[in-house]
Design a protein around this ligand. Sequence first.
Ligand SMILES: N[C@@H](CCC(=O)N[C@@H](CS)C(=O)NCC(=O)O)C(=O)O
Length: 214
Amino acid sequence: MITVTAFKTVPDFARGQVRDLRVRWALEEVGLPYQTKLLSPGDQDKPEYRALQPFGQVPILQDGDVTLFESGAIVLHIGAQSERLLPTDIRARDRATQWMIAALNSVEPALVNFFLADVVFADQEWAKLRRASARDLAERRLAGLSNALGDKPYLDGDRFTVGDLMMATVLRIPGESEMVVSDKRLGPYLERCTARPAFKRALDAQMGDFRAAA
Ligand SMILES: N[C@@H](CCC(=O)N[C@@H](CS)C(=O)NCC(=O)O)C(=O)O
């Protein structure tokens, strides 16, 4: 059985956001059963966990003799097992991978930076100084994404891929909601992605684990 690591407890703002959600969503999309291994405070710094995840973060996926960290690598590993997330056509596959990396490398850092300045460290002087430029960069990234999406239902056309899965989780970063929802393309796009039954099951499962551990 596939095992995914997740946290037993996180601050309220992080519930429904922790990155094991991406992995749960991918597993739900392709219909692979999994179990979670919930980390208590301190577990992430134990040598046996650090041997599997050098930074002490979640998620890790263990699947037979495969152990992986980095949510992007894990989602690709799951996607490779089913056409539902990664097309077999090599060019379509490359484009799906490109969008997944764009989500992680071009969009997420800008949105996280703004979230840190706007919410997490909002009362600190450096954050007040940085907020406007962080918002500007986040807006520019979102505008680029919105233009590229255009009138298509998904980033590469009619078909939902790992690129959309990852992008949708990035667009859910708290603090972006008003910028995303008010965009005439990104708002409906995010709704389309998160209306998928597999997303709902993944979110329910993450929230359920927090409730069970409380
Ligand atoms: N790039 C990593 C980031 C993982 C990550 O930031 N995980 C967070 C939870 S969402 C975490 O474990 N934070 C605790 C820490 O960094 O100590 C991935 O995508 O898997």
